[in-house]
Ligand binder design. Structure first.
Ligand SMILES: [Fe+2]
Length: 189
């Protein structure tokens, strides 16, 4: 059902991709993924995926839909709701990127020494190199009391196959608690 739309997405986004020699298991660069998520967000706003998206997004649970998948790439639309987080996690052998489509998210990222907070609002983007460990959660919109779900478009390359989860120990180091095979992004805690 998505083949025509997703093909259009990829043909619009990949012509500028320049394969590079890299140790990474993907021919795509973080900049490519940023551009792809930006195009995906634009396509969602333009209604190109309306046939597979809900009329209203659940307000009490996370929700996600795969917008595109091929050998190089997975693209997802994710909705974020209050009082949920992903736990600290990595994306195994995939690099990633996101564009916030509406609303806001907060991210806690492990810097190697501590957790660093940042906020991403509608229109903001972020990319995730290999080894990136973070927790992502819904955040209130700027200057608004609304608790609407936040929407963001994520891309992973190669497509996500596993995630590991972590905790910060009392000694202030990062400890892996478990690893899971999964092709579903940003797991719900
Ligand atoms: Fe993540």
């Amino acid at each position: 059902m998505l083949s025509g739309l997703t093909a259009a997405l990829i043909f619009r986004t990949l012509p500028g991709v320049c394969p590079v020699l890299s140790a990474l298991p993907t021919r795509l660069r973080p900049a490519d993924l940023l551009r792809i998520t930006d195009q995906g967000a634009s396509d969602v706003l333009d209604g190109r995926f309306d046939s597979v998206l809900p009329a209203t997004y659940p307000t009490d649970e996370r929700w996600s839909a795969r917008l595109h998948s091929d050998d190089d790439l997975d693209v997802w639309l994710i909705s974020w709701v209050p009082d949920r987080s992903t736990e600290l996690h990595d994306h195994a052998g995939s690099i990633g990127a996101l564009t916030v489509l509406s609303g806001s998210v907060a991210e806690l990222r492990w810097t190697g020494e501590s957790l660093r907070h940042r906020r991403l609002d509608a229109g903001d983007q972020a990319s995730f190199p290999l080894g990136w460990v973070h927790d992502v959660m819904w955040a209130p919109e700027p200057a608004s009391a609304a608790r609407r779900p936040t929407l963001s478009v994520h891309a992973y390359s190669p497509p996500l196959t596993a995630m590991s989860y972590y905790e910060v120990t009392q000694q202030g180091s990062l400890r892996r608690t478990r690893s899971e095979l999964t092709d579903t992004p940003e797991g719900d805690a």
